[in-house]
Design a protein around this ligand. Structure first.
Ligand SMILES: Nc1ncnc2c1ncn2[C@@H]1O[C@H](COP(=O)(O)OP(=O)(O)O)[C@@H](O)[C@H]1O
Ligand SMILES: [Mg+2]
Length: 300
């Protein structure tokens, strides 16, 4: 594999279902092909640069967690060995090697299942305004980035394109999904987060919070879908240097953020081009995340 970046895929052989900020999703009928490109976003805007190896890292971190956590949650992943999947053109399989997975299509549930172990981001904002998160009261006087006494399940709506997700309390989730399913999802989300954070912490990474998506399979059973516990769906902080009382450094995007802040970009598109040095150091960080979490060397 080379250090070339893949910014966009435009395969004509298979219908493109969706292009997200980072991933391109193709429709294989009963299955989906989820391609992680090397696109990167900061402050909610996609940057012009690609980050070498980022797509492989994202794809393989999700795959790692699906496999590692399969005892506690069923997932949608079928394979990352694209050449094994009948019907996928060979040139696609070759181009996408390492950065794509084939998954079973599920019926996505209309909630983002966020688990927070630390007080940050919109959770910190809500705590400052209301003293609670997602309707769950918290003790007064907590500092920004403080570790919560126990992780909290704080769902949000899955907003349409261009609209920001909105935090909802658990009773609104019960109204949407019914009590039984909502409770099952909350319990599974917390269990998966706790298991994953314990493993990550041993390797020097704090997963401050994360977002899961769930779907129902053809038997109406719950499946973990989308990506899982990646730096794109989670806040990863270096354990080394963790200090509550302000925002923490991002394990993966800090060089990008520092650069964008230093040039006083107004955070409106189009985003500025990153210098080569920022790209190189960011790429190294993504590879480091992968290698720390999985204990494996990234093949490239
Ligand atoms: N197994 C699956 N079955 C059906 N939809 C899925 C599955 N896995 C992920 N998805 C959906 O694919 C989409 C991925 O989009 P994404 O790349 O995250 O872009 P964005 O969220 O920025 O629109 C989400 O809508 C997610 O719910
Ligand atoms: Mg998404």
């Amino acid at each position: 594999m080379s250090a070339e970046v893949l910014l966009l895929t435009e395969f004509k052989e298979i219908p493109l279902l969706h292009r997200g900020k980072v991933r391109d999703i193709y429709d294989l009928g009963t299955h989906l092909l989820i391609v992680a490109t090397d696109r990167i976003s900061a402050f909610d805007v996609v940057l012009p640069n690609g980050i070498p190896h980022k797509g492989q890292v994202l794809n393989q971190i999700s795959a790692h967690w699906f496999t590692t956590l399969r005892e506690i949650v069923d997932h949608h992943m079928v394979t990352t060995q694209l050449e094994d999947f009948p019907g996928l053109p060979q040139d696609m399989a070759a181009t996408l090697s390492g950065r794509a997975m084939i998954v079973e299509k599920a019926k996505p549930l209309p909630v983002e299942c966020i688990v927070r172990g630390y007080l940050s981001g919109s959770g910190w904002n809500e705590y400052q305004e209301m003293g609670s998160i997602s309707g769950i009261p918290l003790p007064p006087g907590l500092k920004e980035s403080a570790k919560l006494e126990r992780p909290l399940f704080t769902p949000s709506t899955k907003a349409e394109v261009g609209v920001h997700d909105e935090n909802i309390d658990f009773s609104s989730m019960v109204q949407k999904l019914g009590k039984k399913l909502a409770e099952e999802i909350r319990a599974v989300s917390l269990r998966v987060y706790e298991q994953a954070t314990a493993l990550a912490e041993k390797r020097g990474i704090l997963i401050a919070d994360t977002k899961f998506e769930f779907g129902l399979d053809e038997n109406n059973s719950l499946r973990l879908i989308d990506e899982a516990l990646t730096p794109d769906s989670s806040r990863f902080w270096p354990l080394d240097g963790y200090a509550p009382g302000g925002p923490q450094k991002s394990f993966d995007k800090q060089f990008v953020r520092d650069y964008l802040v230093s040039i006083h970009w107004d955070k409106k598109p189009p985003a500025p081009t990153l210098p080569e040095e920022v790209v190189r150091r960011t790429s190294e960080k993504y590879v480091e995340v992968y290698e720390r979490l999985t204990g494996k060397v990234l093949e490239r």
